[in-house]
Write a protein that binds this ligand. Structure first.
Ligand code: SF4
Length: 295
């Protein structure tokens, strides 16, 4: 299951013939209206320009490094244009308090928060959830301390009553465990480079080092999985392979997955408990309806 607030969720793209989603810096995006587009903005001027004047091809603005600019958020909260926002924090452990600025923005447009799994990310996750903002976590290759923080975040996501909006990738993993057909982790996190094509300031494609862009759009992840299988990586025996598809082996294929498998296991255990609870649930008996009293 994808993040619902943004206009073009990943699950709707996979295998549907939908063109690849292009990401361009604001300075170059004005020349790219041949298909769905995400504009990356990192200055107040570009933010306001694209916020107020985005053509329909623009699926959302990826907003980087602007959480500390109160004026633009006041503008975003006043304008009821349709363009959605993906607000990316680079240092969530220190930037998190700025998320309060999004409280009014979410009343007039879709807003998602993207957080790298970096020290203190769970503070930003808690505040974003309290504001009912959906969150996309980019886990990378978390070290032991970050795995522990992820496990705390899973517990928060599963049990805290303030959590109403989806937290990816937890949300889609739980859904997959409950039989909902969906995409793999690369797609859910919008990291499949064949479907989510990012470009640098010169307009050159940003593609994972050592891999070539695939004209078939089914190349990178499949080729990477094949390479992992040939080198005997632990993925071939991993119970979460169909969902993960080697995501945590990039960029370092020697990354040890014992910790992240604990995170998947914790989510799977919760999914199993939900299934048991649902199976045991009985609707309360209905009170027999009394005929109306005759005066
Ligand atoms: S969790 Fe690790 S071992 Fe399992 S599929 Fe993902 S990358 Fe491979």
């Amino acid at each position: 299951m994808a993040q619902p607030p943004l206009n073009l969720p990943p699950d709707d793209r996979s295998g549907s013939g939908t063109p690849a989603l292009l990401f361009f810096p604001a300075a170059l995006a004005g020349k790219q209206f041949a298909g769905p587009l995400v504009v990356v903005v990192d200055t107040p001027i570009d933010f306001c320009r694209w916020l107020n004047d985005a053509p329909p091809e623009v699926q959302w603005l990826q907003v980087e490094g602007l959480l500390g600019e109160p004026e633009i958020w006041a503008t975003a909260a006043r304008k009821a244009s349709a363009v959605a926002l993906d607000v990316v924090l680079s240092q969530p452990g220190t930037e998190f308090s700025g998320l309060y600025r999004l409280a009014d923005v979410r009343n007039v447009r879709d807003v998602r928060v993207t957080l790298p799994v970096a020290p203190g990310f769970s503070k930003a996750l808690r505040l974003a959830s309290a504001l009912q903002l959906p969150v996309r976590l980019l886990p990378g290759q978390p070290n032991d301390a970050l795995v522990e923080e992820l496990l705390v975040a899973v517990d928060f996501y599963l049990h805290d009553p303030s959590v109403e909006a989806p937290v990816e990738f937890f949300h889609s993993f739980l859904a997959s465990q409950r039989g909902v057909l969906g995409s793999d982790l690369w797609m859910i996190l919008e990291q499949d480079p064949d479907e989510y094509r990012r470009h640098d300031q010169q307009g050159a494609p940003i593609y994972p080092e050592g891999a070539l862009p695939s004209p078939t759009r089914s190349g990178f992840v499949t080729q990477f999985e094949q390479r992992l299988a040939e080198t005997g990586a632990e993925c071939s025996g991993c119970r979460w392979q169909s969902f993960c598809r080697g995501y945590f082996k990039w960029p370092n294929p020697d990354y040890a997955c014992a910790g992240i498998i604990r995170v998947f296991d914790a989510l799977a255990k919760a999914a199993g408990e939900m299934e048991t609870d649902l199976a045991a649930w009985q609707p309360p008996p209905q009170e027999p309806t009394q005929p109306p009293a005759i005066p």
